[in-house]
Design a protein around this ligand. Structure first.
Ligand code: AKG
Ligand code: FE2
Length: 417
């Protein structure tokens, strides 16, 4: 499954309420749809409404970015794409050259593959270790016990047992994993009493971890604001963070996962996590040492291949989701990925991971971001016929209302339920 088959995020609702406020991600937010709703990951299998709603480009003459910048991989030879480790330490000084260098590295990785590893990410190692310990203790209680605190689809929260989620409904593979989704702990959605005692008794750790993962998300989003050169007047570095406020309703999910060792039952076609793309803004992934994560990456003009993304000590994996691909008109990739059973003895090891799925606030409209880099790419595509060019831009919103993050979420859910 290729990221080019990403589903419809571009959907606009013709004739609906218009948006006349400023172009800022959050400033243009519509009225709230109430409590935050469902989140996680969804398959990329539906036909692209994006294509069906595209119109001719509004061609202008902006060409300030080189072809290499805008289509970094298409010009390269057949060498396999690399997923870099980026030292995020110097991004704290957001005004210095060091920060700019980091932001450029992040953007390049997002353009190249949609994946990168981050070291010095700022989430305390002690909390990561404690979270993995908690995750192991929790799943060791057994599925019969944990099933008493089941998944609630209304708020995308709670426990999911083996083979209850199908990240790729077009595949006949079943997913050999258990998971718990924990929405943001900001007093709006998740209630302690809905979780098993092992988790409820560690609410402080969960709250702290949620917050520090979200803080990391915000820092990476600032790097995207810098890398994509969002003008100060449109929000600059805070363009994305202003619609990812922790206190507000959004569908961010902290998910703890257990992939048990390979099952004895070979009559079922098992996998760990089927191929999918993540549908939010950014995902942060904390892995144990087992491995098995793979991304579908293209080398030059060759067919894409599944490339392993083994754990690198001291790092987390970050990948850009469907909304980032949408906001940048396909410039940034939301890349298909999966988790397979490793070969050899590692197949007989359990695997634990912790994922943080970043989502914008529910009422955030899904419009193209005000970035000259994005605009140049779209205009260049329009000239060369390379891609489905459209730069709608914020000013064209007077007759169409962009779908909101929450509406998008509901649409995705309706496709899989
Ligand atoms: O557990 C992992 O390594 C990745 C899981 C994943 O991609 C997901 O749940 O969206
Ligand atoms: Fe994923």
């Amino acid at each position: 499954m290729l990221s080019s088959s990403l589903p419809a995020i571009r959907l606009c609702i013709l004739g609906a309420r218009s948006v006349t406020s400023s172009s800022r991600c959050c400033a243009a937010a519509l009225s709230s749809f109430g409590r935050s709703s469902l989140a996680g990951t969804f398959p990329t299998s539906s036909p692209s409404l994006m294509q069906s709603t595209r119109t001719a480009a509004n061609v202008a003459t902006v060409e300030s970015f080189s072809k290499e910048q805008l289509h970094p991989r298409s010009l390269k030879s057949s060498e396999p794409p690399t997923v870099p480790t980026i030292d995020f330490g110097s991004f704290n000084n957001v005004t210095g050259e060091g920060a700019k260098h980091v932001a450029d590295q992040i953007l390049k990785a997002a353009l190249d593959t949609g994946f990168f590893y981050l070291s010095n990410h700022g989430v305390p190692q002690k909390d990561i270790d404690d979270m993995f310990e908690l995750t192991k203790r929790f799943f060791a209680k057994g599925s019969a016990h944990n099933a008493k605190y089941p998944y609630n689809p209304e708020i995308n929260s709670g426990y999911l047992g083996i083979a209850t989620e199908r990240l790729n409904p077009n595949s006949d593979e079943q997913e050999y994993k258990e998971a718990v989704n924990i929405p943001k702990l900001n007093g709006r959605t998740a209630r302690k009493e809905d979780f098993a005692p092992e988790l409820a008794n560690n609410w402080e750790l969960l709250t702290r971890f949620h917050r520090s993962a979200h803080d990391c998300l915000l820092r990476v989003l600032r790097a995207f604001g810098m890398g994509l050169q969002i003008p100060e007047s449109a929000g600059g570095l805070d363009y994305f963070t202003s619609c990812h406020r922790y206190e507000e309703s959004s569908a961010d999910i902290l998910r703890i996962l257990w992939y048990p060792a390979i099952p004895a039952d070979r009559s079922t076609k098992w996998t760990r996590a089927a191929a999918h793309s993540d549908y939010g803004s950014l995902t942060l992934l904390f892995q144990d040492s087992t491995g098995g994560l793979e991304a579908l990456l293209r080398s030059g003009n060759h067919e894409p291949k599944w490339i392993p993304l083994p754990p690198r000590p001291g790092t987390i994996v970050v990948n850009t989701g469907d909304l980032m691909e949408f906001w940048t008109e396909g410039l940034v990739k939301s890349t298909a990925h999966r988790v397979v059973f490793p070969d050899g003895p590692a197949a007989h090891q359990d695997r634990y991971t912790i994922a943080y799925f970043g989502q914008p606030e529910d009422s955030t409209p899904l419009t193209t971001i005000p970035s000259e880099i994005v605009k140049s790419k779209v205009l260049q595509d329009a000239k060369t016929g390379n891609g489905e060019a459209l730069f709608r831009g914020p000013t064209s919103m007077s007759q169409e209302r962009a779908m909101t993050a929450l509406e998008h979420l509901r649409m995705r859910l309706s496709e899989i339920h």
